[in-house]
Design a protein around this ligand. Structure first.
Ligand code: ITT
Length: 193
């Protein structure tokens, strides 16, 4: 089964490709000839996820899935949320982290979560899958791996940030892997039909 992952984020592609294995032929946007900027204008994570997948299905007619994700920080009323990718006004991860840590300052409530919503469009039929991981925001970045806010995100029950973990370890618990596991289970069921 061929499926296009509607993302321009190479880190997301690497995480998902590692988990998907060989049961599905993963196509990139480049593989299907899509060089367009995908629209993300709905103001919600679930809405943007749907919007990206629908763009690819409508314009390219290819079964596909999209991931929209973000970090929700309790003490900031859910910010950066849907604005996670360009919180500081740019897509620079270091600047985004800097803004987050400045806004949090010495606030004692560091509770946060990563959320991902996947939208799958299989021959025009749409389904959404959500994954969440709870954790804490550190006061300083730690680690070189991962992407985005990984250096300041400490998942609950662990003593290393996502950026200090190997990709397989992050994949063992992340919001993205949880959403993906549900999508894979759904796809396996469809295959059996
Ligand atoms: P596409 O829309 O092309 O998929 P994107 O990077 O723009 O790629 P989003 O709009 O979903 O993706 O933005 C999500 C942002 O949230 C992302 O750029 C990171 O800043 C942050 N984020 C999401 N998942 C993350 C993760 O696993 N680790 C660290 N930061 C993450």
């Amino acid at each position: 089964m061929e499926l296009c992952f509607a993302t321009n984020n190479q880190h997301k592609l690497d995480e998902v490709a590692g988990q998907l294995g060989n049961s599905f032929a993963l196509k990139t946007l480049r593989d299907i000839g899509c060089t367009d900027e995908l629209p993300e204008t709905t103001g919600t994570i679930a809405g943007n996820s749907r919007q990206k997948a629908e763009y690819v299905w409508t314009h390219f007619g290819v079964s596909c899935f999209a991931d929209d994700s973000g970090l929700e920080v309790d003490a900031l009323n859910g910010e950066p949320g849907v604005d996670s990718a360009h919180y500081s006004g740019s897509r620079d991860a270091e600047k985004n982290i800097e803004k987050l840590l400045t806004k949090l300052a010495d606030n004692g409530n560091r509770k946060a979560r990563f959320i991902t919503v996947f939208t799958l469009i299989l021959q025009g039929v749409e389904h959404q899958f959500e994954g969440v991981i709870e954790g804490q925001i550190l006061t300083e970045p730690r680690g070189e791996g991962g992407f985005g806010y990984d250096p300041v995100f400490l998942p609950d029950g662990h003593d290393r940030t996502f950026a200090e973990m190997r990709i397989e370890e992050k994949n063992g618990m992340s919001h993205r892997s949880r959403a993906l596991a549900q999508m894979i289970a759904y796809l396996e069921k469809q295959k059996g039909k």
